[in-house]
Each structure stands twice: as structure tokens, then as C-alpha cells.
Design a protein around this ligand. Sequence first.
Ligand code: 13P
Ligand code: SF4
Length: 336
Amino acid sequence: MPVSTDLDILGSRVENVGFVDHAVDPALDLYKEIDLLKKRKNAILLAHYYQEPAIQDVADFIGDSLGLSRQAAETSADIIVFAGVHFMAETAKILCPEKKVILPDLNAGCSLADTCPADEFREFCDQYPDHLVMSYINCSAAVKARSDIICTSTNAEHLLRMIPEPQPVIFAPDRNLGRWLERKTGRRMKIWDGVCIVHETFSERKLLALKIEFPAAKVLAHPECEEAVLRHADFVGSTSAIRRFAREDQGHSFIIATEEGILHQMRKDSPHKRFIPAPPESGCNCSQCPHMRLNTLEKLYNCMEYELPEIHMEESVRVRALRPIERMIEMSTGVS
Ligand code: 13P
Ligand code: SF4
């Protein structure tokens, strides 16, 4: 059973640290059991594209950060089971304080969110009091609470273009997404120097070698990748945009520069097409997010059975973090 000490993760107070460490009977059909738990508890299971395929297959909704936030905001379920990382489940809790929000492993954080501690971020913003603060959803509730508007990789360009010039803007925490937005819109911003450990490991050198090996393959990349990788991309977009591009494009082979969990849905969408994960610099499994991959089917089952671990946060932080998220949702109607 879980450890039950309190801990501060990313600035918000959470209990029941870790995950439910209870041996699962290997004879159980976990797909069936998880489905039964969903019905019995009126729970909705939301999964990000970066989850392992088995978790994606049992989810009610699979999506990107924006799609998952929208689902959380609209659900009538009593329990939101979030198969993703902490900031995603936390966003669901900010939107739905009356609901129980659980995730299989509370240690599933985000290296990018960790690069932006709330106290340092507040000091940074205070230096530029005339700046509007736009934060990528991959950040803590405390950072959201200091922001004017939240964005995801799906709506960031759309939202930035809606902020009238010459309003100066702070963008945090992803420097690669920030710089990509600058190149797309021609607008200069004050950018926080954060980076994702998964997307920064893709190797330009190995990508170029792969392009020689597969000359017809199109490169599809997430804007969290370094500029050196993005400059070789045929298409740059969020996970859902990359998935849509691959489904609708006439091409037959694609090199994918983002977390490789996305390949599961792409292969289901287009079984006749070839999807090649972009290579990281070393021979590691670095194109799998180590945080996302902490969630397993067994932990998911235990989490639903015991309704633990649960997301909690201070109400004052939640209320301040809510407005910039609501603003994002309102201002990106029709964007997907
Ligand atoms: P999406 O907005 O595409 O879901 O990206 C989330 C993420 O964590 C990328 O690393
Ligand atoms: Fe965070 Fe990177 Fe993992 Fe996305 S892939 S959740 S940005 S560490």
C-alpha cells in the first residue's frame, strides 16, 4: 500500500507520495478489470499520446495536452484518472476541484516543468512588470498562478497572435517552443531558459544520416526540439497535429521527432505507412519520456481500485491558476 507522507511536488501540496505498491494477480485481465472499475466508479480515463500502448488502448480518450484539458473541463464523471504526468493531472484538478483526480504514479513529473521553480519565476516576471506572461501548460500550478495566459503546443501560435502588438510578452518555460514562436510570428519575447530532456536529445547528425537512408521520408517534429532539428523538419506541430499530418499526407514514410508513444496511434491510423523514431544522440531509450513511462497498466489498475494517489493543492493557488487556463480554453475555441 502507498506511503502516506505529504510532499511538495512542483509547488503544490500532494499526499500519498508515489503509487499503490500492491501486487496485482498476474491472472487478471487488466483491460477488463479497468473497464469494470470505470463503470463501477463513474470514472473517466484520460491518456496522453506518450503513454505506453497498453494504457492508450484502455483509455476513454487519448490526446494532447489541450485535448485532455478540454475533456477534463467537460466531463461529468466523478473521478478523473489521468494517465499522463503530474502537471496534466494538476491542470485537471484546477479545472475540476469538486472531482477526485488520480494518477497512477505521483512521481511522474516533467523535466521541463522542473526547470521553472515558482519563486525564481516570480522574481523573473517582477523584473518586467509591463510584460504579459504566457506560460506553456508544462509547468506547475504555482507558475500558472503567476501567468496571464496558458498555452499548449497546439494553440501557442494562435494565442500569441491574438495578443495585440506592441504588448511585450514573457514566455516560459520552454526555450525551444519560445524561439520557434518567435521565428513563426516575427515577435521577440523574454524567454525562460527551460528545456525538455526528451526533445533536446534528438541528434541532428543522426537525423541527417537517417534522411539519407530514407530520402522520401518526411520529418515531423515537436516544437520542443532544438532548432538544429526543427530546421530539417517538413512539419512542426503538437502531438495531435503531427498525428493528423501523418494521417492526411500522401507520403508513405515519416521520421518522428517526439516521444515515441505517439507512434502507436499513427500506426493504427495508417497501418500501410512507415514511421521511424528520430534517433537520440546516444544509443539510449531517450525518446521515451522517463516520467510518462513511470505509469504502467498495473499501477493504473491499483490507482483505480484504491483511488490513490490523489492530486491535492492549496485552494488559493488553484483559484489563481484557474483564470489563465480558462482564458486559454476560451481563446482557442475551434483550434485543434
Ligand atoms: P502536446 O501539447 O503535444 O501534448 O505536448 C505535451 C508534451 O509534454 C510534449 O513534451
Ligand atoms: Fe515533460 Fe518532456 Fe516528458 Fe513532455 S516529454 S512530459 S515535456 S519531460
